[in-house]
Ligand binder design. Structure first.
Ligand code: NAD
Length: 438
């Protein structure tokens, strides 16, 4: 089948490359000419494990191409995917659909007389598909199209695996011809027994938000339990294990930490809250989750200050990990941003190291000294704060770190280390939801 992918970001590029790998012919389109020029030179504009090889092999096989103009790819496509950004709208936090509607207008103008399925892969509020349909029908009443919702559930850092081995594929359409096209596109996964859930468009749109809001709730729940653990002298890791072994609860998303961030959970919870308010069906649990998470992210600087006796003014803090999670270069809404700016507001000097995120970090964080490895980062620091659990931070040479630091204080916001091990090396250790030690 022929696919046009409109928007070549984290979702569009991964989805496009995976569809090409399934044997379809894909053109990834982006209006960012710099991004397309880089891809045409063979450079991958984002960091995602395995993506380089996947893109190169499919370009070489003639199944994956890039373009800045969508006209020809759309004209020839069986399916056109909209995978553009849907950030939070400034002011009210609702999803900003400007890019989606602009893409819909451009697609409408380019449609040929063949049957074309237009698929919204971007995360969009309930009813967006109806508006996309209205835009396309108004511009091209004669066009033979069906407008489908197919939300994406991949996670950055494991995006290719997630796309190729999804827990489920959700397709929202009541059009039988569109259903056949979608089934054919995903046939290789269907053969892998990935459940293909067909439903109506509005339900599909809501499934995506409900899933993200539920996961954000689970994280926030364990974070609050972690705070209680600190007060009562319990260990949140064991609480998480103890409840997670119950199949009705499950062990995933029960890791206490500095609060959720990233390009999806913060904006998607806000957008769902707004939708609930618009329809007079408020989602009070999600409203609380978002508020608790915001306060938590801001509160992490106080936790670091407390580890240093209450004061960070004039102290040097070494931050390990800047991206919102490991294995991505994505800095959107990363917990490191609030932590570092709050520490700076409190008068601290901040040094930082991240394996791949430092270039992106420089555009959102100022006055940070970027270091070239964890050890130069720790040099002369009064505290070492682990913010993102990159693999390489899990086995630090603790004697070397201690020797480099001015004060051996470790604040482990991801509970990467066992407290007794760090204390044995002469550190003071502060984790999340576990008794402080040393
Ligand atoms: P992104 O910002 O990385 O990429 C979006 C791309 O779309 C940009 O390169 C932009 O230049 C391009 N674009 C915008 N308007 C365009 C137009 N009219 N024509 C061509 N290109 C256009 O965004 P992303 O992280 O890939 O997210 C895309 C959507 O997928 C969002 O709705 C997001 O919520 C959703 N989503 C993201 C993830 C994730 O992990 N990033 C996971 C699931 C769903």
């Amino acid at each position: 089948m022929r696919v046009a992918m409109i928007g070549t970001g984290y979702v569009g590029l991964v989805s496009g490359a995976c569809f090409a790998d399934f044997g379809h012919h894909v053109t990834c389109v982006d209006k960012d000419a710099g991004k397309i020029a880089a891809l045409e030179r063979g450079e991958i504009p984002i960091y995602e494990p395995g993506l380089n090889e996947l893109v190169h092999s499919n370009v070489k096989a003639g199944r994956l191409a890039f373009a800045t103009d969508l006209a020809q790819p759309v004209r020839e496509a069986d399916a056109v995917f909209i995978a553009v950004g849907t950030p939070s709208r400034r002011g009210d936090g609702h999803a900003d659909l400007t890019y989606v509607y602009a893409a819909a207008r451009e697609i409408a103008a380019a449609l040929s007389d063949r049957f074309t399925v237009v698929v919204t892969k971007s995360t969009v509020p309930v009813g967006t598909g109806d508006e996309v349909e209205r835009i396309i029908r108004a511009a091209r009443p004669e066009a033979r199209t069906a407008i489908v919702s197919n939300p994406e559930f991949l996670r950055e850092g494991a995006a290719i695996r997630d796309f190729k081995h999804p827990d489920r594929i959700v397709v929202g359409t009541t059009d039988p011809q569109a259903r056949d096209v979608m089934a054919e596109l995903y046939r290789p996964l269907y053969l892998n027994a990935a459940p293909l859930l067909f439903t109506d468009r509005r339900t599909a749109e809501l499934i995506k938000y409900a899933a993200n809001a539920f996961l954000a709730t689970k994280i926030t729940f364990i974070n609050e339990v972690a705070d209680l653990c600190e007060q009562v002298g319990a260990d949140v890791q064991d609480v998480a294990r103890g409840i997670g072994l119950d199949n009705r609860i499950g062990s995933k998303f029960l890791h206490a930490g500095p609060g959720y961030g990233g390009s999806c959970f913060p904006k998607d919870t806000m957008a769902l809250i707004k939708t609930g308010q618009d329809y007079a069906a408020p989602l009070r649990i999600v409203e609380t989750v978002a508020a608790v998470n915001d306060a938590r992210k801001r509160g992490m600087a106080r936790k670091v200050a407390a580890a240093l006796g209450g004061q960070v003014r004039g102290k040097t803090i070494a931050v390990l990990g800047l991206t919102f999670k490991p294995n991505t270069d994505d800095m959107r809404e990363a917990p490191s941003i609030g932590l570092i700016t709050a520490l700076q507001d409190l008068g601290a000097v901040v040094k930082a190291y991240d394996p791949v995120g430092m270039e992106q970090a420089q555009s959102v964080l100022s006055d940070v000294a970027y270091e070239h490895d964890p050890y130069s980062c720790a040099a002369e620091a009064d505290a070492l704060v682990i913010v993102t659990e990159w693999e390489q931070f899990r086995a630090l040479d603790l004697p070397r770190i201690k020797q480099a630091m001015r004060m051996p204080v470790m604040v482990d916001l991801r509970n990467v280390y066992r407290p007794e091990e760090v204390v044995r090396h002469g550190f003071r250790y502060v984790g999340v939801g576990r008794p402080s030690a040393g």
